[in-house]
Design a protein around this ligand. Structure first.
Ligand code: ADP
Ligand code: MG
Length: 615
C-alpha cells in the first residue's frame, strides 16, 4: 500500500485544483445536509396533523443552540415562509430543489477537478515509466518480455487511474456526505447515532481483511496478464512462421493454457471481492436492527415523538448508504495498490548511467576517435548465465583499419562488439578508445561516434526518409540521398511509388530483408560515425549487391575504424586484420594469408562457414 500512497502523493502537485475540488464537495455535503434537514419538517408535518412548515421552521430557528453557534438571531427568517399547509409544503420543496441544484454544481466541480488531477497524475506516472524503460541497460531489459512491459504501462496505469478516482472522487464524496448526515443525526438524537457507531469497528476490520486478499490476488493476476500479452505478441509477430510450421494448434493450446492460468488467478480474487459487500452489509443490517430496537423502545417506553425518531433513522440509513459505497471502493484501491507495486518495481530498476558517475560528478566526453581501440583482458558473462560469452579478450585495432571478426555461431562475436557502444558493460577488464576507458565517459559522446548495423534491422513505421534520418539531426535531403546511394539503396527506393516518402509499414514489413538491411546501412552512413560496426549487416543482401556495397563503402571506411562480422569471404579477405573467435576467446589474429597458414580454426571456418571462397 505504501507505493500506492507514494504515487497518490503526486496528486498534491495540483494543489489549486484539489482545493477547488474540496470546496465543491463541501458545498455538495452542506446542500445534502440541508436537504435532509428540511425533509424532517415534511415528515413531522405528515405525522402531526395541523402543524405547518412555518411553525416548525420558526420553532427550529428559535433554538438557542443555533443562536449560540451562529451568533445571529435567525428567527425572523421564518416570516418569509407562507403560512398555509400546502403553500408551506410547496415552499419547502422548492427550497430543497434549489439546494440540490447548488449541490449538483458543487458535485460537478468536485468531479471535474479530481478527474483532471487523476488523469494528469497518471500521465506523469506513464511518462516516468517510459523514461525508465527506454533508459534500461540492455542486459536488464533482456530479462523481461517486451509485452509484459507494455502491459505494465497500459494496464497498471489504468488500475492506478481507477484507484485514484475511487480515492479522491468517490471516497471523498462518500465520506464527506456520510459525515454530514451523521452530524445531522447526532444533532437530532445523539443516543441513536452513538448506537449506530458501534457497528463501525467490526465492519472496518472486515473491510481490511478482504482488502488484503484482493490485493494479493490482484498482483498475481496482473503478472499473468503480462505473460499472456507476451504470448499473444510472440505468436502474432511470428505469424508467418506459425503458419508455415502448421503450428496454429500448438500456439492455440499454449495460449489456452496461459489464458486458463490467468483466469485461475483472477478467480482467486473473485471470492474475496464477492464476499466483501454481502458480509459488510450483513453486519450493517445487524447494527441497524439494534438501532431500530432502541428507537422502538424510546418511542413506546420513553415517550419520544415518532416523527423525530423516523427522521433520525432516515438520516442514519442515508449516512450508512454513503459509507457502504465507500467500502465498495476498497477493492479498487487494493487493485490499484497492486498495480502501484508493480509500477514501482519497474521504476526502481537501474538505468544506464549516462552523464554522471556515482558521486554525481559530470563525466568527461570521449573525443572523436583517431588513434586505436583496445580491448584489455575483457570478460563478459550474461546475467544468469554460467559460462562467459567473452573470456579474456585482448585486442588492439588501429584507427582507420578494417577488422573482420569471424567464428562459429555463439562464439561471442556479437557480444564482443556490443561492448564497444556499452550495450553491455564488461564484467572484467576495460575497453579503451584512444586510451580513454569508455566506462568513464558520457554514453552520449561514446555512442555519437558509433554506428551499429545488425542482422536484425530495426525499422519503424514511417517513411523511408524518416527511417534513414533516424538518430541524425539537421541533415539535408541531398545528404540523405547520398547515404542511400552509398548503401546501394537508391535504386529500389526510387522504384517505389512515393520514393523516399513511401511508407514501409510496421517494422518495415513491406520491404524485403535485403532492402531493410540497405536502409539500416544508409542510416549508419548518414550518422558519419568514427567507428562502424557491421554485425552480419549484409547477410540478406545478394552477393552481387554486396560486392557493390563493399565497393561503395571502401571510401567511407577509409577514414574510420570498421568492425565487420561477415559470412562472406570476399568481405573478410580485404580486412586489415581478421580476429578468429572460438568459444568466447580469441583463437588467433592475422591477415587472411597468415591465418590460412597458422590457424586450424580459420581453415575449418573457411571451408564450412564463409561462403564464396575464391577459386
Ligand atoms: P555470435 O554473435 O558469435 O553468434 P553471441 O555473441 O551472440 O554469438 O553469443 C555468445 C554466447 O552468449 C552464446 O553462447 C549465447 O548463447 C550467449 N548469449 C547471447 N545473448 C545472450 C543473452 N541475452 N542472455 C544470455 N546469453 C546470451
Ligand atoms: Mg551474432
Amino acid at each position: 500500500m505504501t507505493e500506492f500512497w507514494r504515487f497518490a502523493r503526486m496528486m498534491l502537485y495540483y494543489r489549486r485544483l484539489l482545493i477547488i475540488a474540496a470546496v465543491g464537495v463541501f458545498i455538495d455535503a452542506i446542500c445534502v445536509m440541508g436537504g435532509f434537514g428540511s425533509l424532517t419538517w415534511i415528515i413531522t408535518m405528515f405525522f402531526e396533523q395541523g402543524v405547518t412548515i412555518r411553525e416548525l421552521v420558526a420553532d427550529k430557528l428559535a433554538d438557542s443552540r443555533l443562536e449560540q453557534w451562529t451568533g445571529l438571531d435567525l428567527s425572523p427568517l421564518a416570516q418569509w415562509i407562507p403560512a398555509g399547509e400546502l403553500a408551506g409544503l410547496a415552499f419547502i420543496m422548492v427550497f430543497i430543489l434549489a439546494l440540490s441544484l447548488v449541490g449538483s454544481a458543487g458535485r460537478f466541480t468536485h468531479e471535474y477537478c479530481t478527474m483532471t488531477v487523476v488523469m494528469r497524475t497518471v500521465m506523469r506516472v506513464r511518462k516516468r515509466l517510459f523514461n525508465r524503460l527506454v533508459h534500461l541497460p540492455v542486459a536488464v531489459a533482456n530479462q523481461d518480455s517486451t509485452a509484459s512491459r507494455i502491459a505494465r504501462v497500459i494496464r497498471d496505469c489504468q488500475q492506478l487511474t481507477n484507484g485514484f478516482t475511487a480515492l479522491v472522487s468517490r471516497a471523498v464524496r462518500g465520506i464527506a456526505l456520510g459525515l454530514a448526515l451523521l452530524a445531522l443525526a447526532f444533532y437530532l438524537d445523539y443516543v441513536l447515532a452513538l448506537t449506530f457507531l458501534f457497528i463501525v469497528p467490526p465492519v472496518m476490520i472486515m473491510i481490511r481483511k478482504f482488502g488484503k486478499k484482493v490485493r494479493k490476488a490482484s498482483r498475481r493476476a496482473l503478472k499473468h496478464y503480462g505473460i499472456m500479452l507476451g504470448a499473444i505478441t510472440e505468436s502474432l509477430q511470428g505469424l508467418r512462421v506459425v503458419k508455415v510450421h502448421h503450428a496454429e494448434g500448438y500456439e492455440r493450446r499454449r495460449f489456452n493454457r496461459i489464458n486458463r492460468e490467468a483466469l485461475t488467478q483472477e478467480m482467486r480474487a473473485r471470492v474475496a471481492k464477492a464476499m466483501s459487500a454481502p458480509t459488510v452489509e450483513l453486519f450493517a443490517l445487524i447494527g441497524v436492527m439494534g438501532v431500530m430496537m432502541i428507537a422502538a423502545w424510546s418511542v413506546y417506553g420513553g415517550g419520544r415523538q415518532a416523527s423525530e425518531v423516523v427522521s433520525v433513522l432516515m438520516m442514519l440509513a442515508a449516512s450508512a448508504g454513503m459509507f457502504r459505497s465507500v467500502a465498495g471502493l476498497n477493492n479498487h484501491l487494493q487493485e490499484a495498490a497492486a498495480a502501484a507495486q508493480s509500477i514501482d518495481e519497474v521504476l526502481s530498476l537501474p538505468v544506464e548511467n549516462t552523464a554522471r558517475d556515482e558521486q554525481g560528478q559530470a563525466l568527461p566526453a570521449v573525443p572523436r576517435h583517431r588513434r586505436a581501440i583496445v580491448f584489455d583482458d575483457v570478460w563478459y558473462t550474461y546475467p544468469g548465465s554460467e559460462s562467459p560469452a567473452v573470456a579474456g579478450v585482448n585486442l588492439t585495432v588501429p584507427a582507420g583499419s578494417i577488422c573482420a571478426v569471424v567464428g562459429s555461431n555463439g562464439s561471442g562475436k556479437s557480444t564482443l562488439l556490443g561492448l564497444l557502444p556499452r550495450l553491455y558493460e564488461p564484467t572484467e577488464g576495460r575497453v579503451l578508445i584512444d586510451g580513454v576507458d569508455i566506462a568513464d565517459c558520457t554514453l552520449r559522446s561514446l555512442r555519437r561516434q558509433i554506428a551499429l548495423v545488425t542482422q536484425e534491422t530495426v525499422l519503424f513505421d514511417g517513411t523511408i526518409a524518416d527511417n534513414i534520418i533516424y538518430g541524425s539531426r539537421h541533415v539535408s535531403h541531398e545528404q540523405m540521398v547520398a547515404a542511400a546511394r552509398q548503401a546501394y539503396a537508391d535504386a529500389f527506393i526510387e522504384s517505389m511509388p512515393d520514393g523516399y516518402q513511401s511508407n514501409i509499414g510496421e517494422r518495415g514489413m513491406r520491404l524485403s530483408g535485403g532492402q531493410r538491411q540497405r536502409l539500416a546501412l544508409a542510416r549508419a552512413i548518414l550518422r558519419d560515425p568514427a567507428i562502424l560496426i557491421l554485425d552480419e549487416a549484409t547477410s540478406q543482401i545478394d552477393a552481387d549487391s554486396e560486392a557493390r556495397i563493399n565497393e561503395a563503402l571502401t571510401d567511407f571506411m577509409r577514414s574510420r575504424t570498421t568492425f565487420v562480422i561477415a559470412h562472406r569471404l570476399s568481405t573478410v579477405i580485404h580486412a586489415d586484420m581478421i580476429v578468429v573467435m572460438d568459444n568466447a576467446t580469441v583463437a588467433s589474429i592475422g591477415t587472411h594469408q597468415e591465418l590460412l597458414q597458422s590457424s586450424d580454426v580459420y581453415r575449418v571456418l573457411c571451408r564450412t562457414q564463409l561462403q564464396g571462397l575464391p577459386q
